[in-house]
Design a protein around this ligand. Structure first.
Ligand code: NAP
Length: 469
């Protein structure tokens, strides 16, 4: 450990005061940061991890696709952070509503913002608000059982053809979810209501459209291979789409990830249609210009740049734009509206002492879950290397008093905090429901139901009670 990270006080300065850190956001980036702070701090430290939801794990719970249970199980190892009594989970608290960032700054020595990128980027084209056209985040929030999902009906029962705009991993997640058989989905963690929605649906064709060529698709080869290996759908690419410009060829020759993708695209084009009743098709070099329809979306109009035939419009009953995400501004904290992130240098928020960022709110929505650990290392290092400055502020009052301060403020505002043990009660109820359906868990979607499970099971005894009601 470096001298800087070691921090601490010399013997004649007495014992080091406890450093208190608030982490806002219990997704992977926030939890990794909390873990690293506790692991690497030289002196005593307490970390309170806040989340606006009654459940922890952020994108691991509400972003990882239900058919990727191995990635979702990262939640189990993230949860180990809260087994350390120095780390508390404070769920169901929204910073900006229940507490302000300024109040956190007053009660904690450092505040780490790990609020992710919850908002969809919009295309900004005419017709984007037609019925049946949605930013993909709305669809993801629905099938993930997010308590704040804004839309619960995607008209799946009357949609045959879906168009997904964007060539990232989220687009592939959405395509699979639209076409996976409901009998398979019932073995995943999707809420019962979502399962009913998919059961009623009959989507047959999904077209995934990219504005650039195949060399610049953003999804990972692993995810593309998963589509290729599935027997549920035909995977289609017109071989003419794979003819590269000189510039694209140079990119492929110098970029191993693009070269791997191109190889898989070639295998897909070569295999062609196998006569399966469902299909996923890729179209490249099509920039969306407009969505048209009479109240409800009927087609997407594109401008094409490729050597292919004209594609004036692509008929669609459902359109999902999957073109990335943005962070949410927080009162009193600077925000880069173009990037959708909080501006920072070495994870220190510009112009705000003792406030830091980590994860997607710092660097934008990129990378896989593990990338957030690397990101959190930089953040934790900055927090800990600023420790000497924080030491002046840290008091030596007993730990209970310092924690009681923020608890009293929350209680005075009537905020119902969900602590770790209460989350574990929610978790038990979900796992029990999963046993009944043949899956690991069935997610609860309603905040009220989650809080009821927390109420009854917070003493560790109520899961069976709730499940039997
Ligand atoms: P992404 O990878 O950034 O992809 C966004 C796509 O939208 C790109 O193809 C982009 O094209 C396109 N796009 C952006 N603006 C557009 C516009 N105005 N018109 C047309 N197309 C536009 O974003 P994402 O899919 O939301 O994924 C976010 C992150 O989560 C990524 O790091 C992803 O790998 C990760 N993730 C990982 C997994 C997994 O590991 N299984 C699953 C889900 C998500 P351009 O390239 O031309 O800009």
């Amino acid at each position: 450990m470096s001298e800087e990270l070691a921090g601490g006080c010399s013997e004649d300065q007495g014992p080091a005061p406890t450093v208190r850190v608030a982490v806002v956001g219990a997704g992977p980036s926030g939890i990794y940061c909390a873990q690293l702070l506790v692991e690497r701090a030289a002196g005593p430290i307490e970390v309170d991890v806040f989340d606006r939801l009654p459940a922890p794990f952020g994108l691991v719970r509400y972003g990882v696709a239900p058919d990727h249970p191995r990635i979702a199980s990262i939640g189990d190892s993230l949860g180990e952070a809260f087994e350390n009594s120095a780390v508390r989970f404070l769920g169901n608290i929204e910073i900006g509503r229940d507490l302000t960032v300024e109040e956190l700054r007053a009660s904690y020595d450092a505040v780490v913002l790990a609020t992710g990128a919850p908002n969809d980027r919009r295309l900004g084209i005419p017709g984007e608000d037609l019925v049946g056209a949605h930013p993909v985040g709305e669809f993801v929030s629905w099938y993930q059982g997010h308590p704040d999902a804004a839309v619960n009906d995607f008209g799946l029962e009357s949609a045959r053809r879906a168009v997904i705009i964007g060539m990232g991993n989220v687009a592939l997640d959405a395509a699979r979810m639209l076409l996976l058989p409901p009998e398979f989905l019932s073995t995943t963690n999707v809420p019962d209501r979502v399962l009913d929605g998919f059961q009623a649906g009959d989507v047959r064709e999904v077209t995934i459209v990219g504005r650039r060529g195949p060399a610049h698709a953003k999804f990972t080869n692993k995810e593309l291979l998963q589509l290729f290996e599935s027997e549920t759908w035909d995977l289609l690419i017109d071989p003419a789409e794979l003819v590269l410009s000189e510039e694209e060829q140079v990119f492929v020759d110098t970029t191993p990830t693009a070269a791997r993708l191109m190889k898989t695209f070639e295998k897909i084009a070569e295999r062609g249609a196998l006569g399966r009743p469902k299909s996923i098709r890729f179209l490249f070099r099509c920039t969306p210009k407009e969505m048209i329809g009479n109240g409800r979306v009927e087609a997407v109009v594109f401008e094409t740049a490729g050597p292919q035939v004209e594609r004036p419009a692509l008929a669609a009953d459902l359109v999902l734009s999957s073109v990335g995400f943005r962070g949410e501004p927080l009162d009193g904290v600077p925000f880069d509206h173009a990037a959708g992130t909080i501006p920072s240098v070495d994870s220190r928020v510009n112009g705000m002492g003792r406030v830091y960022v980590t994860g997607w709110i710092k660097r934008g929505p990129s990378g896989v879950v593990g990338s957030n650990r690397v990101c959190a290392m930089e953040t934790a290092a900055s927090v800990l290397s600023d420790r000497e400055m924080m030491g002046d502020r840290a008091t030596e009052s007993p730990r209970a008093d310092r924690r009681a301060e923020i608890d009293a403020l929350l209680m005075s505002r009537g905020v119902r905090t969900v602590e770790w043990m209460e989350w574990q009660a929610i978790d038990r109820v979900e796992r029990l429901a999963g046993t009944a359906r043949g899956s690991v868990r069935v997610k609860m979607q309603e905040r009220g139901a989650m809080l009821a499970a927390a109420d009854r099971g917070g003493d560790g005894s109520g899961a069976e009670k709730v499940a039997s009601e």
